[in-house]
Each structure stands twice: as C-alpha cells, then as structure tokens.
Design a protein around this ligand. Structure first.
Ligand code: DNO
Length: 386
C-alpha cells in the first residue's frame, strides 16, 4: 500500500487547476472552504459542493486543511464556548460528508511566517525565505513592539539597524505585507490587531496556551471519536517564538506533551518536515519516530538553514532534512496501517512557467510537481513496491 499522493488546492479561484493536479499525478485533494470566515459553521451544502467539484475531475477530497481555530478558543475568551460549538458542528458536517481527516494549527494570530517570498536560487527559481534581520526590522521599526530588542542576538540587532537605514518606504511596506500574510485567501491582519494580540498572549504565556490547546482538544473529543474524525495539528512555522508570541508545537517535547495531554487516537499530528526542519535543535527523523503512530497526514518539504538560523525552502530532496530517512520511517509506518497516510509535496519553488504566473506563495504548479515527482520516486525506491 502506497502513501496517498495529495495536493493542496485552494478552491475554484486557485490558479492551479484540478486538471493541473491530475497531470502532476496526485490523486487526492487537500482543501478548505477558505471563504467562510474563521469560526463560522461550514454548511453541509457548501462541503458537498466542493466535494462535487473535486470528484467531477476524478479526484477525492481526503484532508481538510484547515478548519481554523478561532482566536477566542486559542485565548479562551468568554466567547470560546460559542466557537467550540461551531467547531463541533463543522466537524460533524464534514464527517457526514465522509471527510474525516482535519488539519489545524494552534499558532497565535499569525499562521506561518516568512520575510521574503521570492528569494532567487542560483538556478533562477524562486523560494520562500525567513531572515532574522528582516524580522527584527519588522518587529522593532514597524511593529515597534515594546522590549523587542531583548529577543534578538546583538549581531541581528546591528544588522537590522543598518538594513533599516537602507530600506525605502516601499521595501518596508512589502516586508510588512509578507510578515502579516498567512493564508492568502483569508482575511489580512493589521499591525494594530497584531499588537493587541501580542499583549493578550503575553498574559497567556506558554503554559496557558498549552492548556488552551488541551481544553480545545477535550472539547471536541466526543464528536471526533463518535464520527471518526482525526485531528492533525500542524507544527509552528517557524518552530520557535517570534514577535513575543508563545509557541507550543515546535519540538519533540511539545508534540509528546500534546499527544499525552489528550491521549486519544483522534488527537494526531500533521507531520511537516519543513516546519520542524527549521528548528536548529530539531532532529526531524527522531521526532518522526517519536510520534509516528499518531501521524495521519504529512507535509514533505525541505529547508536549508544558515548559522544565524535564517532558512530558505530548498528542493524537496535537498536541504537539511534527511528525506530518505523520513520516507523510510513513514513508509514503514504506512505499511502497518489499515488506511494509507496522505502526504502532499509542501510548497515548491517558482520555476519554469511558474515564474510568469501568479500563484499562491509556495503553491506554484511546477515547483510542486517536481517535488511530488521526486518524493514519489523516493517512495518507490525505499519500498521497492512497484
Ligand atoms: C503553509 C501551510 C500552513 C498550514 C496551516 C495548517 O503553507 O503549511 O498554512 O496550512 O498552518 O493549519
């Protein structure tokens, strides 16, 4: 039994079409109803409609990425109960439509964070990039977060000052936009909003956020178990605190604590090798071995870090993550399962024709096609299952 080759599709407005997905050789779709505001119930009719579009192309909708967890739940605000009730309803509706693997994250306010979306590689393709100096420029000079300086190494602070002095208004605007962007098709966050949230999370702290996650998982446990839903938490990206926000899904210890916190089968992991691989002390293969029996979905991609901890998204079989070992362990685990584990080639370079097209950052057609093709070949080589 092979891993399920899946592909993230942003929906009918995605410039990468379902036909492109088929030509890339993927069989399963990962999508979400991005147009529904965070926290609202996903109606069955809308889920069915999306499913119909996918099935009409001969593909199947296997994973929801993501049903976003409303900030009121993450911060356990007074309206949390209302949003939990909505979340349970959405899960019930998805299960009623036969979709039972759900990805989510528990990152405060921002989803994944990068500082540049078009870093040029030596071959002319473009990659996503995270740079500490740019983040410090954003944090200190644009967000003007109180006490931000204390969170950066002296070397980073010095370079940030020098870089800021050279940057034009439009450079600064562009940086701000990139940092504040999470999911391109969802609502943007403003600097004011971010500052307010940072204050709220300061009071919550690491332990508080971890408790709020356990509270969230306990509150949905019954519906998940009754309807066969598997929840998969996506690692923090990058896997360390940024902008003073706590992070609780970044390391092996974090994941073991999350799984133990609500120790039931529905509480699983979306194993993202790229997110975890950006952590300087993370041994991705070791983390994989530690949590493998609760992995219900995988994102396979690679990163290359430098001495300062900056990283760019490398070719899927390049970079710091030993993808050969990852694939071996994942395939061994897959062989024990009743249902195959879906994976998707996570992100890809903008390359060839992608360079002349507009697509969602990280989600170009050809870069991912290349990633998927390499991973598919790697799987075949590892298992010998022709
Ligand atoms: C970025 C993605 C994340 C991921 C969410 C899951 O490309 O990996 O945005 O979808 O964090 O909730």
């Amino acid at each position: 039994m092979k891993l399920l080759q899946s592909w993230r599709w942003y929906g009918p407005n995605d410039p990468v079409t379902l036909q492109d997905v088929k030509q890339a050789g993927a069989s399963n779709i990962v999508t979400a109803l991005h147009y529904i505001p965070h926290g609202e119930v996903w109606p069955i009719a809308d889920i069915e409609e999306r499913k119909r579009l996918i099935e009409a192309e001969g593909l199947s909708w296997t994973v929801v990425e993501s049903v976003p967890v409303h900030e009121a739940i993450k911060t356990r605000a007074p309206e949390a109960e209302h949003y939990l009730e909505n979340y349970r309803k959405t899960l019930g509706n998805l299960a009623a439509c036969g979709i039972t693997t759900v990805c989510y994250n528990f990152m405060p306010v921002l989803d994944w964070t990068r500082t540049q979306l078009d870093m040029e590689m030596t071959d002319g393709s473009k990659a996503l990039y995270f740079d500490w100096v740019d983040l410090a420029v954003f944090d200190i000079f644009l967000l003007k977060r109180e006490g931000a300086e204390a969170d950066y190494a002296t070397e980073v602070l010095q370079q940030a000052e020098a870089r800021y002095a050279q940057m034009t208004e439009s450079d600064l605007d562009a940086l701000s936009q990139v940092v504040l962007m999470g999911i391109p098709t969802e609502a943007d966050i403003t600097l004011e909003h971010l500052s307010r949230s940072i204050e709220i999370y300061k009071a919550i702290g690491f332990d508080g956020l971890r408790d709020n996650l356990a509270f969230f998982l306990s509150s949905i446990a019954d519906v998940c178990t009754a309807s066969g839903i598997k929840m998969t938490i996506h690692p923090d990206d990058p896997p360390y605190p940024i902008l003073g926000l706590p992070r609780i899904a970044s390391t092996k210890a974090d994941f073991l604590a999350i799984l133990k916190g609500v120790d039931q089968a529905f509480n699983g992991v979306c194993f993202c090798t790229g997110s975890l691989g950006a952590g300087k002390d993370n041994d991705v293969v070791e983390i994989l071995k530690a949590v493998k029996d609760r992995i219900y979905f995988a994102h396979l991609r690679n990163v290359k870090k430098d001495a300062m901890g900056n990283f760019y998204e490398a070719d899927h079989l390049g970079g710091d993550v030993n993808m050969y070992e990852v694939m071996k362990v994942l395939c061994e685990e897959n062989a024990k399962r009743a249902e195959p584990i879906p994976f998707r080639p996570d992100h890809g370079h903008q390359m060839l024709d992608d360079l002349h097209k507009q697509s969602n950052p990280g989600y170009s057609a050809i870069g991912r096609l290349r990633g998927l093709a390499e991973l598919r070949g790697l799987e075949l080589g590892v298992t010998g299952d022709y």
